[in-house]
Design a protein. Sequence first.
Length: 255
Amino acid sequence: MTFLNRSGGAPYVVPGARSPSERLNLLHERMLKLTGARVLDLGCNNGAMLLPLADRIAEGVGVDFDAALIHAARSIVRATTCSNLRFERFDLQHSNLDDLLALQPGCRTSSLTSSCLDFYDVITMYSLTRWLPNWRAIMAWAIAHSRHLVVEINYHGRGRSARVADGSPTSNVTAFLRSSCASLDRAGAIYHADARQSKEVYVCRTPPFPARSGQANDLAKAAALATVLPPEPHPSAEHLAIPWSEGGRLLLSLQ
């Protein structure tokens, strides 16, 4: 990835970071309006999906459990012109998801007033169902607090034979989305060169806001009925096998 230098010098190049172009090319403006949007990226990794959007979106917030990856994303923001982005460490498995609303830039709260909006324009979840067993609760919250939800689902090869973090088949994810979204569009698929893994990207248009309170309650009940597994440690960079890490040590540098 390449980013403009804040001081006007040569652009910064971040070697090893995953290229977001394949995913973003699937999300054309007719399907998902990103220009001028407020975006929340759940499981943002090192910010690779938000950083290329900085010049299009109004505001972007990325959260991830891995402090090293958040540090890397913040370092890129400080060194470049992406001043409308914010990255924070957040535990999606054990924290109160409503706290994500307070991360919006310009949000101020007190015992009497709050300037925080109760929704984002777009919330993205790339591959989270693979790692977090409480994906239903996260997805239910995201649907209740966004206009559009982008979900990426992982499969093994092209045979769609994969399971998500709670042990259920991946078909449960699309079934949950179909029953919860006002409409659901399949944006497309991404195939790895070795064909051992593929990803499908879906865009969920969420219900109109006047219907949100009842919808949120129904989704919360549905998530509560799902099998709850004992908390599992969040996978480290080593277990994620991301290309810019080795043995859990971040290999990100700015050149």
